[in-house]
Design a protein around this ligand. Structure first.
Ligand code: ATP
Ligand code: MG
Length: 891
């Protein structure tokens, strides 16, 4: 009997194999990339190393290997709709990779890939096929004959090598950037009989679920420029990606990724929860696969710090979660939160590779539970809503407009609408819906589209901007590159300097503003920096293209060698620093007061305020807030000096007791900010006060909830805190003057006043009630009988519009055959009410709504209502007499 390798061993074997080839093994980077606005989620093993390929910064080693969590649910790579339907695309999957940064190239990469698959994993050679790039005329690219020759030698023939198209075998990072030919390895997992009938060779890259790609080796040779041209890279790299789940399936010889021990434990729990068996029917199998897959994406993304929300990554996660719940609800009859029940197994299964889930299990569970429960409620509401829509459905098709509204306004997914429609014997107008969706998308796109030109390189040797803003607020430097950007609203420039004091937005702290003064023979031109951002490893200064600035920038090429004086807005930076340091103090205080489950979930620090989101399961009470505030102010008064350490290896930072360690990539060197080593130690790249006394004072301004299990506090410091206190005190002294009391009595005085007011209100109401009754009584005496109709048409004096109604309704109950027209001036405006007895409405066809409209002309107004009762308001009180006259003559 052969012993089949378990998934965990297979992963370890891969890493050990490349370690033996001198690769540094690093852990997976978090799923949500930092400082990369072009990518929502890490979607390939290379994404975290992008900077190194772009030449911004140096890798920790020339050879690296890892397993990277990847998510392909948005943008260029989006497999979401296939997941669960097929058996080899996942939302979250692991990509095993080995990397060469300007070190080995095609020969070694190909040889090692073959050695690992066939010698170590013992995959059958006759089931493997490889592809190489076949060239592209349009792009003027030659076939990759070099890779072909290497493969031919290893395989001892050409029979298993295919030339592939640009689509399959030329890899590009994005619109621009590094790219090159690739060589894929495919495996044919069909039974022998079928392989005899049709050769696997003919099924490669043909969407056969049993003939699948497992490994892609990319050889980065070129860089794609904005004008689409290609230039050869100075150093060549290797970037490989092997789908772990597919590899395990091949080694364990299964027909589906879900039959491997990566997924079977989760599927077993789903079977238990639903009382159904996996493998019994396709619709329920799909649902089980969807759930077993999606829970991984949801749990690990939340563990990596991304909460479900209504925007960006948060929205994608929310949609994945809802897709899973929907399948469970409609196909497996799961009516209670079930995703949460899959977490404990997952946390244990991945404790060694991705410990972040186990470490935050309680929090992740809480977040998922809330999301799941609230979506289940939405589903039930949707079903109810559908019941209401049912009668309006014409010719059994639910209109596209209705489907869109359900989706857009009620968050109701289309496929669910389709499902419910089907259950009711309807279909939906999918085309109509798609048109409306496309229109909405287009509106979104045109608002955010940014087009970027190529970087204009001024200094070829430039590697990385030196950030000197921890020490300096200004410096003399040089421009090393710049480019122009345009979006729907404006055109602006990005400028990169050799060194800069400008802090680029990150870690919640806003980017610096300030000026760049370019000094030339013609004089000095000052450009206003309105924001500073990070783009991968670059620090980019943003400058609006004002006419004067444009002129200066047009000459930048010439001015390149000239000096630039970079100076930040020091006042804004200083206020921002107060808030940033205060954020650390409050974080520590919250942990002291509420417990160590408090962990940062988001933050914003600018010159106005600080905002801090953290995990906590209940509202922070007023007493707790008061305690936290007093601890922070105590720490401010202690005037604790800043202890800043740079380039600390992540492992060492952990030993220092630093908080917030998830979200960092291995190999990272971090900066540790300490205010009293027994109080606050945090990883942070932001700028801080030299000692806490400078913060001056700290005051909370708000406490609220942002998501399940996440609270938000907002606070102000220094000048703003002082302003807040002064303003509040001013309000108190104003009140004091108004009430002629000293502040201590104010609260009591005001509550007495409120009580008195309530008493008076009651008295007024009683008085008004009497008045209304008197009016009614006098009207009863003014009835005239005309043709069997009891007519009352009078001008009355009443306190409010509601009283007019009351009188009308009471008279209706008391007087038979009533025809009533009441006119009144209320708060300076004319008001009319018409009331007609039900039998008159029925027998004589009278309609109060129509009558009131006619009468309202006399008071220059309008109104309407039901057949028996209607009201109108107007602008001309002098017409009230006419109203009454007319009313009398109507019967
Ligand atoms: P496919 O054509 O099968 O979607 P791909 O060309 O998109 O694959 P690459 O971008 O080359 O794949 O990624 C490298 C490897 O990652 C693939 O060889 C495959 O093993 C794996 N992979 C890609 N997408 C997924 C996915 N959605 N789920 C699981 N594994 C995947
Ligand atoms: Mg793909």
């Amino acid at each position: 009997m052969t012993i089949v390798m378990k998934a965990n061993e297979i992963r370890k074997t891969f890493l050990d194999f490349f370690a033996s080839k001198q690769h540094l093994i690093v852990p997976s980077a978090p799923l949500v990339p930092k400082n990369d606005s072009t990518l929502m989620f890490i979607n390939s093993g290379m994404a975290p190393f992008k900077d190194f390929f772009l030449g911004n910064g140096n890798p920790p080693a020339k050879r690296i290997a890892d397993t990277q969590k990847c998510l392909r649910v948005s943008g260029k790579h989006n497999d979401l709709e296939d997941v669960g339907i097929d058996t080899y695309h996942h939302t979250l999957f692991e990509m095993l990779g080995n990397w060469s940064f300007g070190d080995y190239f095609k020969k070694e990469a190909i040889a090692w890939a073959w050695e690992l698959l066939t010698d170590v994993y013992k995959l059958p050679k006759d089931r493997l096929y490889v592809t190489v790039f076949g060239g592209d005329k349009g792009d003027n690219l030659q076939p990759d004959d070099e890779a072909f020759a290497i493969w031919e030698q290893i395989l001892g023939g050409k029979e298993r090598i295919l030339y592939g198209s640009k689509k399959d075998n030329f890899w590009e990072m994005g619109e621009t950037g590094p790219c090159g030919p690739c060589s894929e390895i495919h495996i044919d997992l069909r039974p022998d009989e079928e392989r005899k009938k049709v050769s696997g060779y003919d099924l490669v890259n043909n969407d056969d679920p049993q003939v699948i790609e497992i490994w892609n080796n990319v050889f980065m040779e070129f860089e794609r420029k904005a004008d689409k041209s290609l230039v050869k890279l100075p150093a060549q790299h290797v970037d490989t990606g092997m789908g772990f789940e597919r590899l395990v399936r091949a080694i364990q010889n299964k027909t589906s990724n879900y039959d491997t021990d990566i997924f079977t434990p989760t599927l077993a729990i789903i079977e238990e929860l639903s009382g159904l068996k996996y493998g019994q029917s396709e619709p329920t199998d799909i649902a089980m696969r969807v759930i077993a897959d999606h829970i991984r994406a949801i749990a690990f993304t939340i563990a990596d710090g991304q909460l479900p929300s209504n925007v960006k990554q948060g929205y994608v996660i929310r949609r994945i979660l809802r897709r899973a719940v929907r399948y469970g609800y409609s196909r497996l009859n799961l009516r209670e939160p079930f995703l949460v029940k899959l977490i404990p197994n997952l946390a244990t299964q991945f404790a060694d590779v991705f410990p972040e889930l186990k470490a935050q299990q309680e929090f992740v569970t809480k977040v998922i539970f809330e999301e799941e429960s609230s979506f289940l409620r939405t589903l039930e509401n949707g079903l109810r809503l559908f019941e209401q829509i049912k009668p309006t459905v014409k010719s059994n098709v639910v209109e596209g407009k209705v489907v869109f509204e359900l989706y857009d306004t009620f968050g109701f997914p289309v496929d669910l609408t389709a499902l419910i429609a089907r259950e009711n014997g309807f279909s939906i107008d999918e085309e109509g819906f798609k048109v409306l969706m496309a229109e909405q998308k287009e509106r979104g796109r045109s608002a955010t589209k940014v087009s970027a030109g190529d970087w204009v390189i001024v200094d070829e040797d430039f590697e990385k901007t030196e950030f000197i803003g921890y020490e300096y607020q200004e410096c003399t430097t040089k421009i090393v590159k710049y480019r122009e950007l345009k979006d729907a609203k404006q055109s602006y420039f990005q400028i990169v300097l050799e060194k800069t004091p400008f802090y680029a937005e990150s870690g919640g702290q806003v980017g610096d503003t300030g000026t760049l003064s370019v000094i030339s023979k013609q004089g000095t031109v000052t450009l206003n920096v309105f924001d500073t951002k990070k783009e991968n490893d670059l620090i980019v200064h943003l400058i609006k293209a004002t006419p004067q600035g444009l002129e200066a920038l047009a000459g930048l090429n010439v001015l390149a060698g000239l000096e630039v004086k970079a100076k930040i807005d020091t006042n804004r930076r200083s206020l921002t620093e107060n808030n940033h340091s205060a954020t650390h103090l409050v974080h520590a205080a919250l942990r002291q007061v509420l417990g160590t489950h408090v962990a940062q979930k988001g933050s914003l620090v600018n010159e106005e305020l600080l905002r801090f989101d953290f995990s906590h399961f209940a509202k922070v009470t007023d007493e707790e807030l008061a305690t936290v505030e007093s601890i922070v102010n105590q720490k401010i008064r202690e005037n604790i000096a800043l202890d800043e350490r740079r380039n600390v290896p992540i492992e060492e930072a952990k030993n220092l007791g630093a908080m917030a360690l998830f979200g960092e990539k291995y190999g990272d060197f971090v900066r540790v900010i300490t205010f009293d080593k027994n109080y606050s130690v945090e990883l942070c790249g932001g700028t801080h006060v030299p000692s806490t006394g400078k913060i001056g004072a700290f005051k909370f301004i708000a406490e609220s909830s942002v998501a399940a299990g996440v609270r938000r506090i907002e606070a102000v410091t220094s000048v703003k805190a002082e302003q807040l206190v002064s303003e509040q005190l001013a309000v108190v002294s104003e009140l004091k003057e108004l009430l002629n009391k000293n502040p201590k009595d104010i609260v009591k005085t005001v509550s007495n006043l409120l009580e008195e007011k309530a008493d008076l209100q009651k008295q007024i109401e009683a008085y008004q009630h009497k008045e209304i009754q008197a009016v009614k009584q006098s009207l009863l005496g003014k009835i005239t009988q005309q043709n069997g109709v009891a007519v009352i048409a009078e001008i009355v004096t009443l306190p409010h519009a509601e009283a007019l109604r009351t009188v009308a309704f009471e008279l209706k109950n008391q007087v038979e055959n009533l025809f009533l027209v009441l006119a009144s001036e209320i708060s300076g405006k004319p008001q009319i009410a018409v009331m007609i007895a039900d039998n008159l409405v029925k027998d004589k066809g009278l309609h109060a709504g129509n009558i009131v409209k006619e009468l309202a002309k006399e008071i220059k107004g309008g109104g309407g209502g039901q057949p028996f009762f209607a009201t109108a308001g107007g602008n001309d009180v002098s017409g009230l007499g006419k109203v009454v006259e007319k009313g009398k003559g109507l019967v």
